[in-house]
Design a protein around this ligand. Structure first.
Ligand code: ADP
Ligand code: ADP
Length: 225
């Protein structure tokens, strides 16, 4: 688990600045949801935290550690994307275990982590299936399982539910919340879905044009839009 600290964070593509000096403190175990119009910089911010985009200016800290120059693997952070990126030729068990592919853990420890993750995500009866025999929500859970077994300091979710139908989205919202309360892992979550933000966030960060417009508990944001 870890805090995530952004200090005067800037991102430019070429000479076009798209993130204009963001300051934000995400507490250990906090569930922060980024919202705002398309193109406002939510995804770029998340990708910089993950180490998938270079930082143009400012600082990113995970815990006490300055990670500006640390590659994604060194950050101990897990990303979950909307197009779940699971492997069709592998079973659910193998897909989850893939998160530990290069890990130095013992075989027994890896197996135990896969078993625990599957249990927590309700995937135990499906461990020997291939993705083609799963629903969209189940596939999304496999992707989460693969991220979970790495025991990350934080999860970053970029519109993880936008490919799912309304009913599955509702179900997955509950499951992700439940997972958060069990694991207590810090979460930064990007969505354009109002309901997702309102129901899942400890704190909502509203972005606009590469700035943070407002940050507060869902009720504060709701009452002072
Ligand atoms: P959001 O996630 O809020 O929709 P993004 O973070 O994807 O917004 O984009 C923020 C801004 O950065 C947009 O103006 C977008 O066009 C621009 N942008 C994103 N990725 C790139 C890129 N690889 N090259 C140039 N501009 C980009
Ligand atoms: P390497 O990428 O060199 O194989 P890693 O230990 O960093 O070594 O990663 C093992 C594998 O787990 C990588 O291929 C990585 O892409 C994968 N992986 C699966 N799910 C995730 C996730 N949610 N976040 C980060 N890595 C993941």
């Amino acid at each position: 688990m870890a805090t995530i600290t952004l200090r005067n964070l800037v991102k430019a593509y070429g000479n076009v600045e798209v993130i204009h000096g963001i300051d934000l403190d995400i507490a250990d175990g906090e569930f922060v949801v980024f919202v705002g119009p398309s193109g406002c910089g939510k995804s770029t911010t998340l990708r910089m935290i993950a180490g998938l985009e270079e930082v143009t200016g400012g600082e990113i800290r995970i815990g006490d550690r300055l990670v500006n120059d640390v590659d994604p693997k060194g950050r101990n952070i897990a990303m979950v994307f909307q197009n779940y990126a699971i492997y069709p030729h592998l079973t659910v068990r193998q897909n989850i275990a893939f998160g530990l592919y290069t890990s130095p853990l013992s075989r027994a420890e890896k197996d135990a982590r896969v078993t625990d993750a599957a249990q927590m995500l309700g995937l135990t009866p499906l461990l020997d299936r291939r993705p083609s025999a799963l629903s969209g929500g189940q596939r999304q859970r496999v992707a989460m399982g693969r991220a979970m077994v790495r025991d990350p300091a934080a999860f970053l979710f970029d519109e993880p539910l936008s490919n799912l139908d309304a009913q599955l989205r509702a179900q997955m919202r509950i499951e992700i919340k439940r997972l958060h309360s069990r694991l207590g892992t810090t979460i930064a979550y990007v969505t354009h879905d109002q309901v997702e933000a309102m129901t899942m966030a400890d704190r909502i960060v509203v972005m606009k044009d590469g700035h943070i417009l407002q940050a507060g508990a869902p009720m504060e944001i709701y009452e002072n839009p």
